[in-house]
Design a protein around this ligand. Structure first.
Ligand SMILES: NC(=O)c1ccc[n+]([C@@H]2O[C@H](COP(=O)([O-])OP(=O)(O)OC[C@H]3O[C@@H](n4cnc5c(N)ncnc54)[C@H](O)[C@@H]3O)[C@@H](O)[C@H]2O)c1
Length: 404
């Protein structure tokens, strides 16, 4: 039997406790330490899990030779320095979304992981949900016909962030799902929004992604809405899906509806749209916790030398789109071209690496046991104010139990 992967988690605010609970439950994993700047949070953690060490200094995790992997659940601006420090010390890294605050930072992390032969994975949790897996299966079976567009709405009241706008906070989930379903990268991004509470930090954004073959997606994100909404409509030429992540049961409904234009007509009187109304059904979905699947996958990728489903490359693509959305916001919604404005092939999905760890680009480094002899470990010096925890506007898959 393989030695369990020893894990340390940084950040025990709102989301960290969910990660702690899940990593503790995985038999192939030993959760050794949790780090948070707040003594109060660590005291709480210790009351729940007395066997887990609490640290206030992140460098204690980075410099612990027993720790194989670090999970980063702190605010977005700390993702890059913390992940860089962990990778430089030869640790595998799971970074919460968004992967970092710029494409340059993501690229540096991917290259460092490649150099070190370590896994870098991003917490795009919804790709591990049974609902999204089912939607992908239906789309891949071509049951919807040709994909036309996807519309996503992720709305709630708060939590207002100070360092990132609502698109960077909430849209990473929608973007990752849309790219996963479309299997294509957009050619351009437009984004408009409004900052009605904190000047300069949009609390409402409307983003549109233009793909090839006249396919598009719209993402509406808001911290300024009375309801919690997590909805996506996937429109195909033959059928449509409505996905409601808040629904306790029947999260997905497949509508056998479509509209067709008449192929030929000579007079306006002959012109008739043909509407088809068929059955609506809700496919069976096994309700397992997406975050458990994500954590399990991270450990499997470390043990079995796999490319994660939500690899560094996936994190980079999401950040590239977010970066373009910020640029478009500054230009009052003008289109920002991506990937040279041409259709780019979507990167390969998880696979067994044939020549060592592949974080989006193949290399020949061994999958594990590689130490960081040739890379010096920069000490982590980032600090952030402790934020109040416990939110009702959580942006996680709905069947993750609320924690602390
Ligand atoms: N995958 C998902 O569905 C999902 C859901 C919610 C949040 N998230 C992500 O999780 C991350 C954390 O979000 P949150 O809502 O828990 O934030 P939070 O502010 O509630 O918690 C962050 C914690 O990090 C701690 N911290 C700050 N600086 C630190 C440092 N230098 N060393 C150690 N700890 C430090 C803070 O004390 C705080 O307890 C974000 O990146 C967010 O986007 C992901």
């Amino acid at each position: 039997m393989k030695k369990p992967v020893t894990v340390g988690i940084a950040g025990f605010g709102y989301w960290g406790p969910n990660l702690v609970r899940n990593f503790r439950a995985i038999t192939e994993c030993h959760l050794k330490a949790v780090c948070d700047l707040s003594e109060k949070r660590l005291k709480h953690m210790h009351s729940l899990y007395p066997e887990v060490t609490g640290e206030t200094d992140y460098n204690a995790l980075v410099n612990d030779p027993e720790i194989d992997a670090i999970v980063i659940a702190t605010s977005a601006r700390l993702h890059f320095p913390m992940a860089k420090s962990a990778l430089s010390a030869g640790k595998h890294v799971l970074i919460e979304k968004p992967m970092a605050c710029s494409t340059a930072e993501c690229e540096e992390l991917i290259s460092l992981a490649k150099q070190q032969g370590k896994v870098v994975m991003v917490g795009h949790t919804f790709l591990y949900s049974a609902a999204v897996r089912k939607i992908k299966e239906i789309v891949d079976n071509r049951d919807l016909g040709d994909l036309r567009y996807i519309a996503a709405r992720r709305l709630n009241l708060g939590l207002f962030q100070k360092d990132i706008n609502v698109a960077w906070d909430l849209a990473p989930h929608d973007i990752s799902i849309i790219l996963h379903i479309m299997q294509e990268l957009p050619q351009s991004v437009n984004c408009r929004g409004g900052a009605s509470i904190t000047s300069g930090i949009e609390d409402m954004t409307s983003m549109s992604l233009q793909f090839t073959k006249e396919r598009s997606a719209i993402i509406h994100s808001s911290w300024h809405d009375p309801r919690k909404v997590r909805e996506m409509t996937i429109v195909g030429s033959k059928r449509m899906i409505v996905y409601d992540d808040i629904a306790p049961l029947e999260k997905i409904k497949v509508y056998d509806v479509r509209v067709e234009r008449p192929p030929h007509y000579n007079t306006f009187a002959e012109f008739q749209y043909a509407y088809h109304y068929g059955d609506t059904y809700s496919p069976y979905i096994k309700h397992d916790e997406p975050l458990r699947a994500e954590c399990q996958h991270f450990i499997e990728c470390i043990n079995d030398n796999l490319v994660p489903l939500t690899s560094g490359s996936t994190g980079l693509e999401v950040v590239r789109i977010l970066e373009a959305s910020s640029k478009s916001l500054k230009q009052q919604g003008a289109p920002v071209m991506l990937w040279g404005g041409s259709s780019a092939p979507f990167p390969v999905m998880p696979q067994r690496a044939t020549s060592g760890r592949n974080n989006g680009t193949s290399h020949a480094a061994p999958s594990s046991g590689t130490d960081a002899a040739h890379v010096s470990t920069p000490p982590f010096t980032g600090t952030a104010p402790v934020k109040e925890t416990g939110r009702n506007g959580a942006d996680h898959p709905a069947n993750v139990p609320a924690s602390s």
